[in-house]
Design a protein around this ligand. Sequence first.
Ligand SMILES: CC(C)(COP(=O)(O)OP(=O)(O)OC[C@H]1O[C@@H](n2cnc3c(N)ncnc32)[C@H](O)[C@@H]1O)[C@@H](O)C(=O)NCCC(=O)NCCS
Ligand SMILES: Nc1ncnc2c1ncn2[C@@H]1O[C@H](COP(=O)(O)OP(=O)(O)OP(=O)(O)O)[C@@H](O)[C@H]1O
Length: 204
Amino acid sequence: MLVVGLTGGIASGKSTIAKMFTDKGIPLICADELARKAVEPGSSGLEEIERVFGNQVLDREGRLDREAMAEIVFRDPSARKRLESIIHPFVASEKERIIRELEALGHSMVLVDVPLLYESGWEGSFDLIVVAYVPRQLQAGRLVQRDKLSLDQAEARLAAQMDIEDKKKRADIVIDNTGDLEHTCRQVTAVLKKLEAVVIERES
Ligand SMILES: CC(C)(COP(=O)(O)OP(=O)(O)OC[C@H]1O[C@@H](n2cnc3c(N)ncnc32)[C@H](O)[C@@H]1O)[C@@H](O)C(=O)NCCC(=O)NCCS
Ligand SMILES: Nc1ncnc2c1ncn2[C@@H]1O[C@H](COP(=O)(O)OP(=O)(O)OP(=O)(O)O)[C@@H](O)[C@H]1O
């Protein structure tokens, strides 16, 4: 099983690129989705969050108020670490479980979208790492536009992550998402060819 990590900065195009891979039949595991599952109503993750942060981060129905949580953790690194220590172990074990499941189904490759792959020191869990790259200014612009954030809120989120240029330097493969979607899609096609060649080489 070739386990390929897909990372990048916030709003650098990971989901957009991941969808291009899934459209070509590659199975995808999304860490943001697993992170949501970790705090579903009734989960031990949500209970732990209430214990640590109080009910200021819950909405009226008792679900996680993601906006309130974001305002706290993107401005306070120690609060962020506390939240991550609740969520990340669940994400890591679920990821492993799904990989084994896909392997049993006969898949030879899986893409795992992990926004904080480098920040969390998860490099060792992947055979190859693809970085979705855009320059920081474009990243901030797309973030403001997509999430309707103020520039100040966007900057706080960007500051909570490793700089995109550093991620680009560490990558095995870079997909530059600066241009239009067609330009990105052409790169995805070329990268997939490379990955398929690696699978064949490993199997022979
Ligand atoms: C703070 C939360 C509630 C904000 O929720 P919101 O719906 O606004 O954002 P969402 O979950 O869709 O994340 C959007 C992006 O924010 C960035 N981000 C999320 N968590 C973090 C973090 N701990 N540090 C830095 N960047 C982060 C990522 O680029 C991510 O793709 C949420 O992001 C969260 O629970 N974060 C902690 C879990 C985590 O580390 N997730 C990242 C993948 S494991
Ligand atoms: N090549 C492109 N040209 C123009 N807009 C783009 C391009 N790629 C992505 N976008 C837009 O930029 C925004 C960010 O992209 P996307 O949601 O894929 O990023 P992401 O890295 O998955 O973000 P997050 O880390 O928050 O999950 C979205 O609104 C998306 O539609």
